[in-house]
Write a protein that binds this ligand. Structure first.
Ligand SMILES: [Mg+2]
Length: 259
């Protein structure tokens, strides 16, 4: 990391009413957990999301690596505009989804991955349908899980034409190409209620950089959450608690306008 990359980024300005807001979920709205199923939705977050969604005329979308169905469960009763599987699924565009056709070879790859993960307690293979995520966050450093899972994922890549490796925080994902978080932003920005607004993308991980670049291309900006650098984001927030406070202030502004 260079000295320039290490410079802290300024906090974002208050959220304007003309914004189209794109929010990553894990590590951005929610603190990361040892396993994806152990995340906690903090009290008040759902109310804030609902208020900001209303204030922005509906132009608030979740852009996550999780499948859409998981997003709806996590944030129930909200059913927000959303893209899942890093842009492979976009709500309302399910018919054009790239997420439905898993290659036959993927089942054998999954079985091999599970056999390998069984040798590294705390590691986890997440079956996302067309994508597979290899997690080692709970395995602990020095256990060898990261090297073993990475090597396995790389070794099976030639068996899955059109697939690539998406690295993340304590995870690597085998997923089909053809879409990413930036293409999800492009799709949403082409239709109401997002169209004509200024996009702001908030995310913490490498896969969010695609969203950051798309937001800038549409005349908007990005907010990186946490310490990961380098980044193309112009603004920074330190963690999900700061994101929630920033959203909370935007929700409060809505309450004042309504009064
Ligand atoms: Mg994230």
């Amino acid at each position: 990391m260079t000295a320039v990359d290490a410079l802290p980024l300024p906090p974002p300005p208050p959220l304007g009413g003309d914004v189209a807001l794109f929010l990553d979920v894990d590590g951005t709205l929610l603190e990361l957990a040892d396993r994806p199923d152990l995340v906690r939705v903090p009290p008040g977050l759902i109310d804030s999301l609902q208020a900001v969604h209303e204030r922005l005329g509906g132009a608030l979308a979740l852009i996550s690596g999780r499948p859409l169905a998981q997003l709806d469960t996590l944030f129930a009763p909200l059913r927000l505009p959303a893209a899942g599987l890093h842009g492979l699924q976009v709500r309302g565009r399910e018919q054009a989804s790239l997420a439905d056709d898993a290659p036959p070879e993927l089942a054998a790859v999954l079985a091999g991955a599970r056999a390998l993960a069984a040798r590294f307690p705390g590691s986890l293979i997440e079956d996302k349908g067309t994508a597979l995520a290899f997690h080692w966050r709970a395995a602990g450093e020095g256990a060898g899980a990261e090297d073993a899972l990475r090597q396995y994922a790389e070794s099976v890549l030639p068996r899955l034409p059109g697939y690539f490796l998406q690295p993340g925080k304590d995870v690597v994902e085998l997923r089909p190409g053809g879409a990413h978080k930036g293409t999800a932003v492009d799709l949403l920005m082409a239709t109401p209620p997002f169209q004509g607004r200024t996009p702001v993308f908030v995310g913490d991980d490498l896969t969010d950089e695609h969203g950051f670049i798309a937001a800038a291309a549409h005349g908007g900006s990005a907010i990186v959450v946490g310490e990961r650098r380098p980044t193309s984001a112009r603004y920074g927030l330190r963690g999900p608690a700061e994101v929630m406070a920033w959203l909370g202030r935007a929700a409060l502004a809505e309450a004042e306008v309504a009064r």
